[in-house]
Design a binder for this molecule. Structure first.
Ligand code: TXA
Ligand code: MG
Length: 303
């Protein structure tokens, strides 16, 4: 079975891409520094940018981090699922220091996707996995996108169809005194999180996700945001309207969940059409729109 084969590759220090409900991950044995280094190399990722360690459950997460009560409450509300928690790393954690980029904290996520869960159980240890794309590029939401970006740098890509959510996990840091900070808006809407934590603190320069560089999640084409209509020669990414000729729509009905699921695949497709500029319709900032707008702003940022 391919899950067993994938677990074997991980044990041997190889890289395996696997589906999660957010985006595809590029996995390695978290406890093997050479395997972790191979991830940075395959992605062309700067080594100061730490990785998320994936675990099957809250119980396993507690072997790696000191989780304050508020972090446990978040895990109980949203795990398994599209949430990543950043908390103080335990000295006895088996996760390689390289994966944490020398920080005193560790990022942990228990994904819900059945293939991800099966892999975690078959492997039997934490799996570090960034999104399975070249560094700075659009995340992969289909197995074929992983192959396009990483080619044979990855030994095996587990097929899991189209990522259901299509945006990366929401990342929340919880400090020892229980203060929760939103480091990356994502698949879980702010309001759902705040129902558990109360008002979230905004990420400051001091505590932030090192990977949240200004330019990220970017296609080859330049992006023009909040565009009511395309200029001549631009490809258009519509929202709340049908796809125009030569363009695509994130959601004809204006559904933000559908838009999130389509975002990266549509950016890749319009990129492949050869347009120099992709004009993107205004996306409302409510609900999942916060995370979609965050990714679009980074994709449009100067490189
Ligand atoms: O949905 C997701 O989160 C996907 C799937 C595969 O789980 N993974 C993902 O990983 O998006 P990646 O590496 O593309 O993004 C992880 C982010 C980076 O911005 C990184 O800087 C941040 O998490 N991060 C990791 N460890 C951290 C830490 N200790 N403190 C702050 N930020 C951290
Ligand atoms: Mg990424």
């Amino acid at each position: 079975m391919s899950i067993e084969k994938a677990a074997e590759i991980l044990r041997a220090g190889g890289l395996v891409a696997f589906p999660t409900e957010t985006v595809y991950g590029l996995g390695a044995d978290a406890s093997n520094p050479r395997a972790v280094a191979a991830i940075y190399e395959a992605k062309g990722r700067p080594s100061f940018n730490p990785l998320i360690a994936h675990v099957p459950s809250l119980k396993e997460a507690e072997r790696h981090a000191k989780l304050p009560a508020r972090a446990r409450a978040l895990a109980e509300a949203f795990w398994p699922g599209p949430l990543t928690l950043v908390a103080e790393r335990l000295p006895e954690s088996s996760v390689a220091e390289l994966a944490c980029a020398g920080l005193a904290t560790i990022a942990l996520r228990a994904p819900a996707h059945p293939v991800a869960q099966a892999l975690l159980h078959a492997f039997g240890g934490p799996i570090v996995a960034p999104s399975a794309n070249r560094s700075g590029h659009v995340s992969a939401t289909r197995a074929v996108h992983v192959r396009e970006d990483l080619g044979d740098r990855v030994a095996l890509v587990l097929e899991g169809g189209q990522s259901e959510i299509g945006l990366e996990s929401t990342i929340i840091a919880v400090s020892a005194d229980g203060r929760a900070t939103l480091l990356r808006p994502g698949a879980i809407e702010r309001a759902e999180i705040e129902a558990v934590t109360g008002p979230l603190a905004a990420a400051s320069a001091k505590i932030s996700a090192p990977g949240m560089m200004e330019s990220h999640y970017a296609p080859r084409a330049r992006l023009r945001l909040d565009a009511a209509a395309p200029e001549p020669g631009e490809a258009y990414l519509a929202f709340g309207a049908p796809a125009p000729e030569g363009g695509l729509t994130l959601s004809e009905s204006g559904d933000l969940g559908e838009a999130a699921a389509n975002l990266y695949a549509h950016l890749r497709a319009l990129d492949a059409s050869g347009a120099a500029v992709i004009a993107v319709a205004p996306i409302p900032a409510r609900g999942l729109g916060e995370a979609i707008r965050d990714r679009l702003a980074r994709a449009a940022a100067p490189r």
